[in-house]
Design a protein around this ligand. Structure first.
Ligand code: LIP
Length: 296
């Protein structure tokens, strides 16, 4: 039995309360205090702290009490090759998105709490306590910033006149490893920025996928493209963006429909027609310099 709009709105409200009262204060208190207290994950630029893990356990404890029948997938408890996102309602949680920002004290760390049903994002809350920005949405109930409806200014969507979020990401091996994601990304960035290519107005980097998704949802960015982030980075923002009229497609060309754990995404704002969004996507894809490949 699918969750109703009313049930989803209630879940959204509870996630907002959890983010505001329990999680946000911890992120704000400990940001910029972990300079000597982080660990490497996949490499020396993929980082985690004890605060990430503590917050994930607080969120998991709270949600398992409130929704004992829902599944839970979290960045810090994910098991490669074992964690599966099925059809049942599943919370997909990044306790601190923008962990590098969190460690360095750059005010773009947030918590990202999403819910999928049948693999589709149906509820999302992203809270940046430094900027006091609470983005929240649930399917059919609209998207909000601090309780006010997200209104994207209606205007043309043109690649050349766009500002796009592009991330360095944590994969940095160039060529030698046979994994050419890094080189494809850098070549794509060049294609987009060059006056012989997309000649876009500019690129930005929040250092947080969730914040990038919310900036696109709010129409403050026109698009966001990344390969290598994870379902927990984008799940909440995906629902918020969809409820604000935006779309998410694959980061590789011709991938119009992708699962939440695709790990390679192109998010495009609303405030324009679907044909305009599709035209933008096709033109963007024409500048992608190869096929990005990731494992779950
Ligand atoms: C981060 C993502 C960001 C990506 C970083 C990192 P984390 O997530 O939000 O988009 O570029 O490499 O993966 O690790 O801070 O939760």
């Amino acid at each position: 039995m699918a969750l109703t709009k009313e049930q989803l709105k209630d879940i959204e409200t509870k996630l907002v309360e959890l983010a505001a009262k329990q999680v946000g204060p911890l992120i704000k208190e400990h940001a910029g205090t972990q300079f000597e207290a982080f660990d490497d994950k996949a490499n020396q630029v993929d980082l985690v702290t004890a605060v990430d893990k503590k917050i994930e356990s607080i969120i998991k404890q709270s949600l398992s009490t409130l929704y004992p029948d829902f599944k839970f997938v979290g960045e810090e408890s994910y098991e490669e090759d074992h964690t599966v996102i099925g059809k049942e309602p599943t919370f997909i949680i990044d306790p601190i998105d923008g962990t590098t920002n969190f460690i360095h004290g750059y005010p773009y760390s947030c918590t990202s709490m999403g819910l999928v049903e049948n693999g589709v994002p149906v509820c999302g809350v992203v809270f940046n306590p430094h900027l006091d920005e609470m983005y929240h949405a649930s399917a059919g109930n609209g998207a909000f910033l601090n309780g006010k409806p997200l209104k994207v200014t209606e205007r043309e969507l043109k690649l050349q006149q766009s500002v796009i979020a592009l991330e360095a990401g944590s994969e940095r091996s160039s060529g030698s490893s046979g994994d050419d994601n890094f080189d494809i990304k850098q070549a794509t960035y060049r294609n987009l920025l060059s006056d012989q290519g997309g000649y876009i107005h500019g690129s930005r980097s929040c250092g947080s996928a969730a914040m990038n998704m919310c900036m696109v949802a709010a129409g403050k960015l026109d698009a966001y493209w990344e390969g290598g982030c994870w379902a927990w980075d984008v799940c909440a923002g995906w629902c918020i963006l969809a409820e604000a009229g935006g779309i998410v497609v694959g980061g590789n060309p011709q991938e119009w429909e992708v699962p939440v754990d695709e790990r390679c995404y192109l998010a495009v704002r609303g405030g324009c027609s679907q044909p305009a969004q599709k035209g933008f996507v096709k033109e963007f894809w024409s500048h992608v310099a190869g096929k990005l490949k990731y494992r779950w």
